[in-house]
Design a protein around this ligand. Structure first.
Ligand code: ADP
Ligand code: MG
Length: 567
């Protein structure tokens, strides 16, 4: 092909990839336009994952009739006049690219009316060309409809995922905006079904109740601004909510960060959150946090990339410490203090050959280094002696004493049983006499819809009941009689736990095992203890629970001799 200049049309289609990558980016651009237009109510509708249709309407300022076609011109914006405006800017958009780009890769219609105008204006575009323009009755505000995204751009179409996945990205995106703008009323409908509606009360807790469910919203701890930093423009101000250490999720997907009202992803700040919870959370558990960080517009660069949500901070350590400090404060004020317990240092520390074990503040499991041994060595035959602290089974083996954590041991047993039954297609299901109604969060609802089949393989039967309520008709037999609502939700959450490095089946089995097993504090009869130890002996990895913590501590005969000064 001879060298030639690409037509402006082709250039537009290529450049469109920068802002319009997938349905979620269309939704993002349209929502941000509505927010920039001062809307207090924004409706979003998608069909076919947003590929067939995205529609966003708002009650914002609208666009004056004489500016409507200009809105679709490249680099046409009402938001900045010069680059300098960027620094002081508070608008979400400023590139003037979104509408232009969309019109080149989809069929776009816009209907708008400003407060002063008697009638609205309507415009349709195809391949960037206006096909219809006219006057029409319209409510105050703007409605944009984007249909058949990438239908005429096969090279881009083929990069889209399934409608379910694209739709999932849209709902997760809209959820973030609901949290970032609790003063705005949002509704989202997916394929004709309303999945989200926030009240727009201005209270973040109300928005969280819609997105995460009422129980989560009630448990969340509020991050208050310390009086000394209020009004001080130099340090970033962190507000929002974060979960107490007892309320965790198996994925990082419940961290929402907003910098000056803009949803961002930031490894730096995610790291600060992890650090704040260090020592509080179990292995692979993550908090739910919604953090608003306000800072001078000059301290943050949002102009890094048109679509990427990364931002650049001019003073990273300052922002990091602001987030860390805000979370640490609320956690230490509101969360329970870990108990002071006897450290399990059975082996005297070097240079400290005698003396009783030291009282130390026990470090929670998360902070401990990973166990070196995979726990696969088989167990010897053990003789049960009794139960200690209603938590440990005391047993004797050929080489000394064993303290077995009854919960961890039972978890191991149930975990392997659940997986074995699943493999043999023999999962025991327990139909419930009375179906159990559970209220799911949006995310849980989606996980259930996209990956619920895996749960069914374990014996769950869960049916939609209306709204976000679901009826549980049957559960895996090993959950019988336990706190079912929680068990069901955790099992659903486990579907979405990409970070855990385990297969979907393993994650489900782990969650079932955790809920189905005996708790510490539960009295066990001698025969129950014998049975549990016998079952543990038969597992493939008896020495660790499915989360990798030890099921037992071994006091070897030699160690006992030494401790008692007999050797
Ligand atoms: P940008 O948002 O970067 O300015 P867009 O292409 O998204 O660029 O929009 C172009 C212009 O169209 C905006 O600057 C704004 O004036 C107008 N506009 C777009 N959507 C809306 C809306 N929902 N309400 C009012 N004006 C809008
Ligand atoms: Mg815009």
């Amino acid at each position: 092909m001879p060298i030639h200049v690409l037509s402006p049309d082709v250039v537009s289609q290529i450049a469109a990839g920068e802002v319009v990558e997938r349905p979620a980016s269309v939704v993002k651009e349209l929502i941000e336009n509505s927010l920039d237009a001062g809307a207090s109510s924004i409706g979003i509708e998608i069909r076919g994952g947003g590929v067939d249709l995205v529609r966003v309407w708002d009650n914002g300022t609208g666009i004056p009739a004489e500016e409507v076609d200009l809105a679709f011109a490249p680099h046409a914006t009402s938001k900045i006049g010069s680059l300098a405006d960027l620094d002081g800017g508070t608008s979400l958009g400023f590139r003037g690219e979104a509408l232009h780009s969309m019109a080149h890769v989809a069929r776009v219609e816009l209907l708008t009316r400003t407060a002063g105008a008697a009638t609205g204006t309507h415009i349709s575009l195809r391949n960037g060309v206006v096909t219809e323009w006219g006057v029409r009755a319209a409510p105050e505000g703007t409605t944009v409809t984007v249909q058949h995204l990438f239908r005429d751009v096969p090279a881009r179409l083929k990069f889209l995922k399934s409608a379910a996945t694209e739709g999932h990205q849209v709902t997760s995106l809209v959820s973030r905006y609901c949290l970032a703008f609790p003063g705005v009323k949002f509704t989202l409908s997916v394929d004709g079904r309303e999945v989200l509606r926030t009240p727009g009360s201005g209270r973040l807790r109300d928005a969280m109740a819609e997105v995460y469910g009422l129980d989560v919203a009630q448990a969340m701890l509020e991050i208050k601004t310390p009086a000394e930093s209020a009004g001080d423009g130099t340090t970033p101000l962190v507000t929002g909510y974060t979960s107490p250490p007892s309320l965790t999720r198996a994925t990082r997907g419940y961290l929402s960060l907003f910098v000056n009202g803009r949803w961002v992803q930031s490894r730096l700040l995610a790291g600060a959150v992890d650090k704040a919870y260090e020592g509080w959370l179990g292995v692979r558990r993550h908090p739910i946090s919604v953090l608003n960080i306000a800072m001078g517009p000059g301290s943050v660069d949002v102009n890094v990339h048109p679509t990427k949500r990364e931002v650049r901070f001019t003073q990273e350590p300052v922002v990091f410490n602001a987030v860390l400090g805000a979370l640490r404060r609320v956690l230490s004020e509101r969360a329970p203090i870990p108990e002071v317990r006897l450290a399990a240092t059975w082996e005297p520390a070097p240079g400290q050959a005698s003396g009783p074990p030291q009282l130390v503040r026990e470090r929670p499991a998360a902070a401990q280094p990973p166990l070196p041994e995979p726990g696969r060595a088989p167990l010897p035959i053990l003789r049960v002696l009794g139960q200690a602290s209603l938590t440990y089974i005391v047993a004797e083996g050929p080489d000394g004493l064993y303290l077995i954590d009854q919960h961890a041991a039972h978890e191991r047993v149930l975990f392997e049983r659940a997986l074995a039954e699943r493999r043999q297609q023999a999962a025991g299901a327990q139909p419930l006499l009375e179906p159990l109604a559970v209220e799911l969060s949006l995310k849980q609802e989606e996980s259930l819809r996209s990956a619920g089949g895996a749960l069914a393989q374990f014996g769950f039967v869960i049916e939609p009941f209306g709204g976000r309520t679901y009826l549980v008709r049957s559960v895996p037999a090993l959950l019988a009689g336990k706190g079912l609502a929680n068990a069901v939700k955790e099992a659903i959450d486990s579907l979405d736990d990409e970070a855990a490095g385990a297969s979907e089946d393993e994650r489900i089995a782990r969650s079932l095992a955790c809920h189905g097993s005996v708790r510490s504090g539960q009295v066990l009869s001698e025969s129950e203890m014998k049975e549990l130890v016998r079952q543990l002996e038969q597992t493939a990895s008896p020495r660790t629970c499915p989360h990798g913590r030890p099921t037992m501590i071994h006091l070897s005969a030699g160690r006992l001799l030494r401790e008692f000064g007999r050797a």
